[in-house]
Design a protein around this ligand. Structure first.
Ligand SMILES: *[C@@H]1O[C@H](CO)[C@@H](O)[C@H](O)[C@H]1NC(C)=O
Length: 359
């Protein structure tokens, strides 16, 4: 190499490093910009929710089923108590409630040891004591935290309690409307065995989780049969599916590929109107924006705020329609023969957003 060549090489490596630094800097600026835009976009969205989603028309029908949805509640803390108080007040002010649905993580942080575990009292029985709640059945599913210690005991406790109804790992329940004009089928699924991540949890009861993992084909067959036998949007029937994990999510857990693969095609085929879940600690409403036929579109409700411990920031998700970030809250669902009316309520029972599903 001549001296000239060496000088040229030196020059080009200097240029190269300048280009590298500039590229990295531009990358950083773009990244910070995107994060800012996302945060601003989300906060703008919640402020403008009334504009983007005008209040849907609603007329009270006495032939209905009215229930509340709570998730991630079993902490025994002040926020759980406050939400419980607001739930009771809400039922009292709205012509009573028929039952409550729990979307899992019923006992934090490590589930229960046995059917005699003291936590059933301190994190459930002693909390939902409001006169408008203390006669209601609480239908529940297992969350990943309930899979720590002894999930079977949470199922067996249903025989001892007058209100705790965790009837099986997966089960269905038919409810006649107040005046008998339609029937609602509630389908309770077991989503924890679908997710690989939970097998890594050192506190998980891996015996129990592996047993239920083997039953996934059975559960899927049962889900299909249940949806086949009971038209989710029939003339006088509705079906709603409940699970712990979200299908779509704007929290750090994000979308669940196993549930998108296993649940969503069935929901679309059978026109399931609503899926209720928890796991993510906020109140959310999502729907797959790529499905344009309203009847094939499932509305996804995330109710994971009945015990506080809220996330302070969400991830951008194009399927997110509205949300509320804590400190706590729950949902009210009113089913009528021709429509389902869903309301998100904060820790004081104040309405945050609402939407309507038509048959
Ligand atoms: C794990 O779950 C099984 C039920 O599948 C139960 O028999 C066993 O006692 C549980 N283990 C613990 C430590 O609770």
């Amino acid at each position: 190499m001549s001296d000239e060549d060496l000088i040229r090489t030196g020059k080009s490596s200097k240029i190269l490093s300048v280009v590298c630094v500039v590229t990295v800097l531009i990358g950083c600026v773009i990244f910070v910009g995107l994060v800012t835009v996302q945060t601003l976009y989300l906060s703008k969205r919640i402020r403008q929710s009334g504009i983007i989603f005008p209040n849907p028309p609603y007329t009270k029908d006495s032939d209905c089923l009215h229930f509340l949805v709570i998730g991630d509640f079993g902490r025994g803390n002040e926020m759980q108590k406050q939400v419980a108080q607001s739930m009771g007040d809400y039922c009292q002010q709205h012509d009573g409630c028929d039952f409550v649905i729990g979307t899992g993580d019923n006992i934090y942080p490590d589930g229960v040891k046995s059917i005699n575990d003291e936590q059933f009292k301190s994190k459930f029985e002693d909390i939902y004591t409001h006169p408008s709640l203390n006669q209601l059945d609480f239908y529940m599913v297992l969350g990943n935290h309930d899979y720590r210690s002894n999930p079977q005991a949470e199922i067996e406790y249903s025989k001892m309690s007058t209100r705790w109804k965790l009837l099986d790992y997966f089960y269905e329940l038919k409810k006649k409307s107040r005046l008998g004009g339609f029937e609602l089928n509630l389908i309770f699924t077991d989503t924890t065995p679908f997710h690989r991540l939970f097998y890594w949890d050192p506190k998980i009861n891996s015996t129990a989780l592996n047993e239920q993992k083997k039953r996934i084909p059975e559960q899927m067959k049962w889900l299909r049969q249940t949806l086949t036998s009971h038209e989710p949007r029939g003339d006088s029937t509705w079906s709603i599916v409940v699970g712990h994990s979200a299908v779509y999510s704007a929290s750090s857990h994000y979308d669940s590929q196993p549930l998108i693969d296993n649940f969503e095609p069935l929901f679309k085929q059978f026109q399931v109107p609503l899926y209720l879940c928890g796991h993510d600690h906020y109140l959310g409403w999502l729907a797959n924006r790529l499905i344009t036929n309203e009847k094939e579109k499932t509305q996804y409700v995330v109710s994971g705020a009945a015990g506080g411990n809220i996330y302070d920031r969400l991830k951008y998700n194009a399927n997110l329609l509205n949300y509320y970030i804590g400190p706590g809250g729950f949902f009210s669902v009113e089913v009528q023969k021709e429509l389902i009316f869903v309301r998100a309520l904060d820790e004081n029972g104040k309405e945050i957003f609402k939407f309507r599903i038509d048959k």
